[in-house]
Design a protein around this ligand. Structure first.
Ligand code: BG6
Ligand code: GLC
Length: 865
């Protein structure tokens, strides 16, 4: 019965949904393997025990743990420390470390320290562990809820031991398991039955839902001492157990531990004796007041009393030492009682162990489990019997406590920390400081000025193309228009009706195969006309000649709004031949003629940024900036005519299509490009062009990530250094994966699923690392975008000569809309870089076709006589 309940409690602790309410907490330890003998180094271990601190220096030689060298010292702990201030406890431990090091001619190079801390901790890494609650009589103030690793490190620093780094913390069960694993056969379970009781075992990682470990195994610290705290054991608790609990330092808690741990067994016996005295069946005639004193009977004595040979004599001696005068029968009864209490404890422990073994057997889908169990604690070796019949468990008594095992764990932690450092080094060039971003902002501003000037225009990397759009919508626009939207993820054909009561639209998405976007211009424009004709047919518009607004999201020079003289060049993977330098309207007209489609009247060509600004401007008159962060990236904004050197006239404003994607093509950003950016750029069809865009937009982020992952594999920091042929494939890592991988609270197993689709077998560490790479790349993109935008808003503010500017940005693009963090990072950084501007972001929901139609409406009105 108890085994069954323990199993249930364990499952509750493992599951993410029920973990918070579970008593048996099944805490992840982040230890994913038992020692393999390659562990190496000079390691310091500190064990906090009930009444002493043990310090060890272990030298591991990487020789299969044949001959670890161990030196140790034990320091007695003053009794009041365990209930005093937390600071005093950690100061004491640190002093022990200092004294120990002083006595062993310790080397002055960095010394990693592993801390064995036998209390229940919420661990999130090997070196991060928050104390959940004290037990076993400890109750130091100001420690619960704090990171114990940090507290120890602080105390150690206070002792000026600056070369000692606390790199791992572990529970004593874990240390025991690792110690017992060092002698050949791995040991996958450990049991501590000492002052308290606890166990740990190697669980199937995917079942440890709180750790999100996804493959292999992870050691789980069961903290089974709390089994029964929710009343699960109330039917087996005796009145004696209730008394013991009430008189303990943590009433109501650790109910299982209080039936098993040596801190309590003597107390249980004392309460039984007291009850029998009250019934007048024991010690008649003696003064029994002494039995009312807590802890007068030690567990050590209880264990001596149950001995077959000398037990009776020991019983007499123990009782007489308490001033009692026991008869022969009294001694016999006391022995019986002690046996009952101890064998109950042993049986309960065995039931718990049986639950662990059966769980392991089931979750590994084995018919039979053969396993070694490391056992430590003052009377651990007495625990036998009642094991799960399908499991063969060999109990290995731990000979050297937890120390050597702790050293091994520390060595592993050290290796991980070194890896973390290498990863950080590799990613460092992608992390931009505030000063870097300020410089990017200033450079953008400079390029903007150059792009606007008549003389300097030709040499600027930011082309600042005039659009001839002179104002945002004012609500008087009317009419029915066709619209095309070409250059984003989707090619769309639309019909837009602008009336007094609002705008109505119908649209259809058409696919343009890559072969067509990279074929001949003739094929591309033929295809577009075919799509238009299909749309008109479906919408019953064949008979009408509707004016057409064309969102064409490529750089394209215009000479007027309705006098379109597009001089285009391709970006974003388009490369249809014979188009560069041509007039896009002309190309469309020629295709129409080829297809004998006679009713096409193009009245306006607009960039998607402009379409987006106009579309959002219809709802918010403050919208004077358009931003796209999608396949490509670009921005437009309302500039003062007097500043636009490339167009005649000084009055009013004009929307400028910045074409900021090309920012840096003149080399001004060379020092922020990383090797990864250069690799990505080299493989594009427009190498050397659109360099800013290639740091930011959806078409390239996945590729940057892929190149970083390749470098990590090469440095043996990812996927265990195994070559990943699939990762060599260009564009295999799409930017949409970044968006998914970075979703807040996404389980790492989902990251793994994505990687698995790419035929990448990721471990827990791998998945975390991939997530970190994605975060680094998308954060940089958002921050660079913010630096660009900061230059724009600051210029607008200065143009208007005001101290403050409130402006709205109309935004579109898959990356902006789908990425879970991009917009947040962009807005945060922008606030930081342009503190005098209040910028509102308005997401375009209707695409830019609506805006193109609004521009067309203005063009038509102008054209009217
Ligand atoms: C769409 C607009 O919503 O967003 C297009 O209608 C624009 O004009 C596109 O080009 C940009 O985003 P993406 O992600 O499709 O490149
Ligand atoms: C590319 C194009 C630009 C467009 C942007 C967003 O940068 O050159 O015209 O606005 O992508 O789609």
């Amino acid at each position: 019965e108890v085994k069954g309940r323990m199993l249930q409690a364990m499952r509750k602790g493992l599951s993410r949904q029920t973990h918070a309410q579970a008593n048996v907490r099944m805490l992840p330890t982040y230890i994913c393997s038992t020692p393999d003998g390659t562990e190496k180094g000079d390691i310091l271990v500190v064990e906090l025990c009930q009444s002493h601190v043990r310090t060890l220096r272990v030298t591991l030689l990487g020789d299969g743990n044949q001959s670890p060298q161990v030196t140790y010292k034990i320091f007695d702990m003053p009794g009041d420390i365990i209930q005093g201030k937390g600071e005093a406890l950690f100061d004491f431990i640190a002093q022990c470390v200092r004294q120990f090091l002083a006595g062993i001619s310790s080397p002055q190079h960095r010394l990693p320290l592993g801390f064995v801390f036998p209390f229940s901790c919420r661990q999130t890494q090997l070196d991060k562990a928050e104390l959940i609650s004290w037990s076993k009589g400890f109750s130091c103030s100001d420690v619960e809820g704090k990171d114990v690793v940090q507290l120890l490190q602080l105390a150690i620093n206070k002792q000026e031991l600056h070369h000692v780094d606390v790199v791992a913390l572990m529970n004593d069960t874990v240390g025991t398991m690792m110690t017992c694993s060092m002698r050949g056969e791995p040991c996958e379970v450990a049991l501590i039955v000492g002052t308290g009781t606890n166990s740990c075992f190697m669980a199937e990682a995917q079942q440890v839902e709180m750790a999100e470990e996804i493959s292999g195994k992870m050691c789980v610290n069961t903290e089974w001492g709390c089994f029964g705290d929710d009343g699960t054991l109330s039917d087996i608790l005796t009145p004696y157990d209730q008394h013991v609990d009430q008189e303990s330092s943590n009433p109501g808690e650790k109910r299982f531990e209080k039936l098993v741990g040596s801190l309590y067994l003597g107390e249980i016996v004392r309460h039984v004796l007291t009850a029998l005295v009250a019934e007048k069946v024991l010690f008649t005639g003696s003064s029994v007041a002494i039995l009312r004193t807590k802890d007068v009977l030690k567990t050590q004595q209880v264990l001596e009393i149950i001995d077959k040979e000398e037990g009776m004599a020991k019983a007499r001696r123990a009782l007489e030492a308490l001033g009692l005068q026991p008869s022969e029968q009294d001694c016999c009864r006391v022995q019986q009682i002690c046996r009952a209490v101890v064998s109950r404890a042993a049986a309960l422990c065995a039931a718990g162990l049986a639950a662990i073994l059966s769980h392991m057997c089931q979750s590994r889908e084995l018919e039979r489990l053969v396993v070694n169990v490391g056992v430590d604690g003052t009377w651990g070796s007495r625990v036998t019997g009642l094991l799960a019949p399908e499991c063969t468990a060999t109990l290995l008594p731990s000979v050297d406590g937890t120390g050597q095992g702790a050293a091994v764990v520390t060595a592993v932690a050290l290796r991980l920390a070194a890896q973390r450092r290498e990863v950080d080094q590799l990613l460092a060039p992608l992390r931009l400081s505030r000063a870097d971003l300020e410089r990017v902002q200033a450079l953008m501003r400079r390029e903007m000025e150059l792009g606007l000037g008549l003389e300097s225009h030709a040499s600027a990397s930011v082309r600042m193309l005039p659009t001839y759009v002179r104002g945002t919508p004012d609500g008087t626009e009317r009419g029915e228009f066709l619209a095309l939207d070409l250059g984003g993820t989707n090619f769309r054909v639309l019909v837009v009706r602008v009336a007094q009561d609002g705008i109505r639209m119908a649209s259809e998405i058409y696919v343009i195969p890559t072969a067509v976007t990279q074929g001949t211009g003739e094929e591309l424009f033929n295809h577009i006309i075919e799509c238009i004709m299909d749309f008109q047919l479906k919408q019953n518009l064949m008979e009408q000649v509707l004016p057409l607004g064309f969102t064409f999201s490529f750089p394209c020079q215009q000479l007027g709004l309705d006098k379109v003289r597009g001089r285009l060049c391709w970006t974003k993977g388009f490369s249809a031949s014979g188009c560069v330098g041509q007039d896009v309207v002309q190309l469309l007209r020629e295709a129409a003629q080829r297809k004998q489609h006679l009713g096409l009247k193009v009245v306006a060509v607009v960039n998607d940024t402009v379409g987006t600004m106009m579309s959002c401007g219809y709802d918010d008159p403050k919208c004077e900036i358009g931003l796209i962060v999608g396949t490509g990236t670009n921005a437009c904004y309302m500039e003062e005519m007097r500043n636009v050197g490339t167009v005649e006239g000084e009055q009013g404003r004009m929307c400028i299509n910045m074409e900021w994607g090309a920012f840096g093509d003149n080399g001004c950003l060379d020092d922020i490009f990383t090797d990864f950016d250069r690799l990505v750029d080299e493989k594009t069809i427009n190498a050397g062009k659109q360099r800013f865009e290639k740091l930011i937009s959806g078409m390239y982020l996945g590729e940057i990530v892929r190149h970083i992952l390749l470098a990590l594999v090469e440095k043996q920091l990812l996927f265990r250094g195994k070559p990943c042929p699939k990762l060599q494939t260009r564009d295999i890592f799409q930017t949409k994966f970044l968006s998914t991988i970075e979703i807040d609270g996404l389980a790492l197993r989902q990251v793994r699923a994505i990687l698995q689709d790419l035929e990448l077998q990721a471990s827990f560490e791998d998945s975390l690392l991939v997530q970190k790479v994605c975060q680094t790349v998308s954060l940089r993109a958002a921050q660079l975008c913010a630096a660009g935008l900061a230059a724009v808003v600051e210029k607008m503010r200065e143009n208007r000569g005001s101290a403050q500017l409130a402006v709205t940005v109309g935004v579109d693009g898959t990356l902006y809309k789908m990425h879970p963090r991009f917009s947040q990072h962009l807005q945060q950084m922008l606030r930081d870089l342009a503190p005098n501007c209040t910028v509102t972001f308005l997401q375009s929901e209707d695409g830019s076709g609506k805006g193109a139609a609004l521009v067309a409406a203005v063009a038509c009105r102008r054209a009217e006589p």
